[in-house]
Design a protein around this ligand. Structure first.
Ligand SMILES: CC(C)(COP(=O)(O)OP(=O)(O)OC[C@H]1O[C@@H](n2cnc3c(N)ncnc32)[C@H](O)[C@@H]1OP(=O)(O)O)[C@@H](O)C(=O)NCCC(=O)NCCS
Length: 155
């Protein structure tokens, strides 16, 4: 029996496995306004430096992350949880999985950009110890806004 994931609303077997472009594209389309399709994941995952995983609960794909790893730095390119699984600690779990993997491959720092109005994401990253290092003014166009560059140093 594998690891369990449980929250107030659901519980089930947790599976963490390498992401497949088709599945990643489907999840990304649900999670983002400016979406990556499966062909986009095909292209980025063709690079040796790019990695992606999906998290499943009882066989249902619930969230994913896609990163670029150029040792010792990781950059989170995409991270999402589909709406019916949100606000139950799943993105936190995904970040923990990512950080564990990063430590095993010599990752020292994780970076990402987040829209300044994306409060769920900002709260998620703040809770996992990410800190704001820079503001990129006018970085986003859809919807328009500034990007915050966040960084976490892995202990
Ligand atoms: C951001 C996102 C990944 C969060 O996923 P999630 O599984 O709901 O997050 P979690 O349940 O693990 O919650 C993590 C923290 O965010 C907070 N949070 C989650 N949803 C929230 C909301 N709608 N409003 C405010 N805070 C919220 C939680 O309370 C929790 O805070 P805590 O650690 O202080 O308790 C999800 O909302 C999502 O996929 N959004 C669309 C894609 C996106 O914006 N990705 C991030 C791009 S950088």
């Amino acid at each position: 029996m594998g690891e369990r994931f449980s929250s107030y609303f659901f519980a089930g077997e947790w599976e963490w496995r390498p992401g497949i472009p088709e599945e990643l594209g489907r999840l990304d389309t649900i999670c983002f306004v400016r979406q990556w399709q499966s062909q986009d994941f095909d292209q980025v995952l063709a690079q040796k430096t790019t990695h992606a995983w999906t998290g499943r609960i009882s066989g249902e794909s619930a969230g994913y992350v896609c990163v670029q790893f150029i040792p010792p730095e990781l950059e989170i390119l995409r991270l999402g949880v589909i709406p019916e699984f949100r606000n139950q600690g799943l993105a936190r779990k995904i970040l923990k999985e990512l950080e564990s993997w990063a430590r095993t491959v010599g990752g020292e720092t994780i970076f990402l950009e987040v829209h300044e109005t994306n409060h769920p994401a900002r709260r998620l990253y703040a809770g996992r110890g990410f800190q704001e290092v820079k503001i990129r003014k006018g970085y986003y166009t859809n919807p328009p806004g500034n990007a915050l560059l966040l960084r976490k140093t892995l202990g």
